[in-house]
Design a protein around this ligand. Structure first.
Ligand SMILES: NS(=O)(=O)c1ccc(CCCCO)cc1
Ligand SMILES: [Zn+2]
Length: 266
C-alpha cells in the first residue's frame, strides 16, 4: 500500500548514491557557471580575505602544447613545489597549467568582464586542491577541487617575461603539437597589485564542471601589440588540415544567478 511506496521513496532519497547527494558539479542547467561580468559596485568587500600566497618553482615547468582550444604551459605537479594558498582558499592548491583566451582583434577576447569592460585577452592559472584530492583529473569534478587565477591583459608596453613564451609559439602552431619548456616562472605574469575579486564558478570549456574558486586580479598586465599578434598566428587545426586561426577562444558570459562576488579590497 501507500506505506510501502513511502518507505521505498524514503530509502531511495536517503541512499548515499542518490544523485542529489553528488557534489554540486553536475552541469546541465548549472547554477554557478563561468565566466561572468563582475559589477564592481555589487562586489562585497570581505575583510577576512587575505592576500594570495603564491610560491612557484620555475623548474617545475614541463612543456607548452596546443590542445586545439588554447596553448597550455604545463607543470610537474607530483609534489607541493608550485602552490597557491591563503587568499580565499582553505587548502593549498598545486599549479597544473596556465593558458590564455583572446580575440581576433583587441576589442574583445577576455572571458570575464569588469563593469562590462572587455579586455583583449585573459590568462588563467589552473590549480587543484592537493589537500583533498590526489590528482588534477580527480579534482576537476569535485567541489572546491580547483582554483583558477584570472589575469586580464591590456595592450601597452612590451612584456619581457611573456616574450619567452611568445618565442616558443611557432613551435606549437598546430593542434596537438608541443615543445619542451624547461624553466619559466609564471609569477612574472602576475600584476604587482594584490587586489582580487573571488567567486564560486566553473570551468569555461568542457566539462564545464562547477568546481572552481575563481580569483580574478583587479589590475591587468600589459603586453604589446606584436606579442598579442603572435597568439593570433596559432591554429585550432592540426597539420595538413585546412587552417583555422586560433582566435575568439572565449566562452560567452554566464548568468550570475544566486552568487555574490567578494573583493579583497575596499
Ligand atoms: N578556462 S578554464 O580555466 O576554466 C579551464 C581550466 C582547465 C580545464 C581543463 C579541462 C580538462 C579536461 O580533461 C578547462 C577549462
Ligand atoms: Zn581558461
Amino acid at each position: 500500500g501507500v506505506l510501502f511506496y513511502t518507505l521505498k521513496a524514503l530509502l531511495v532519497i536517503l541512499l548515499p548514491v542518490h544523485p542529489l547527494w553528488k557534489s554540486p558539479v553536475s552541469v546541465p542547467g548549472g547554477t554557478r557557471q563561468s565566466p561572468i561580468n563582475i559589477q564592481w559596485r555589487d562586489s562585497v568587500y570581505d575583510p577576512c580575505l587575505k592576500p594570495l600566497t603564491i610560491q612557484y618553482d620555475p623548474s617545475t615547468c614541463l612543456h607548452i602544447w596546443n590542445n586545439g582550444y588554447s596553448f597550455l604551459v604545463e607543470f610537474e605537479d607530483s609534489a607541493d613545489k608550485s602552490i597557491i594558498t591563503v587568499g580565499p582558499l582553505e587548502c593549498h592548491y598545486r599549479l597544473k597549467q596556465f593558458h590564455f583566451h583572446w580575440g581576433a582583434i583587441n576589442e574583445w577576447g577576455s572571458e570575464h568582464t569588469v563593469d562590462s569592460k572587455v579586455f583583449p585577452a585573459e590568462l588563467h592559472l589552473v590549480h587543484w586542491n592537493a589537500n583533498k584530492f590526489s590528482s588534477f583529473e580527480e579534482a576537476i569534478s569535485e567541489d572546491n577541487g580547483l582554483a583558477v587565477i584570472g589575469v586580464f591583459l591590456k595592450i601597452g608596453t612590451h612584456h619581457k617575461g611573456l616574450q619567452k613564451l611568445v618565442d616558443a609559439l611557432p613551435a606549437v602552431k598546430h593542434k596537438d603539437t608541443s615543445v619542451e619548456f624547461d624553466v619559466f616562472d609564471p609569477s612574472c605574469l602576475m600584476p604587482s597589485c594584490p587586489d582580487y575579486w573571488t567567486y564560486a564558478g566553473s570551468l569555461t570549456t568542457p566539462p564545464l564542471t562547477e568546481s572552481v574558486t575563481w580569483i580574478i586580479k583587479k589590475r591587468p598586465i600589459e603586453v604589446d601589440q606584436d606579442q598579442l599578434e603572435e597568439f593570433r598566428l596559432l591554429l585550432f587545426t592540426s597539420a595538413g588540415e585546412e587552417e583555422k586561426k586560433m582566435v575568439d577562444n572565449f566562452r560567452p558570459l554566464q548568468p550570475l544567478m544566486n552568487r555574490t562576488v567578494r573583493s579583497s579590497f575596499e
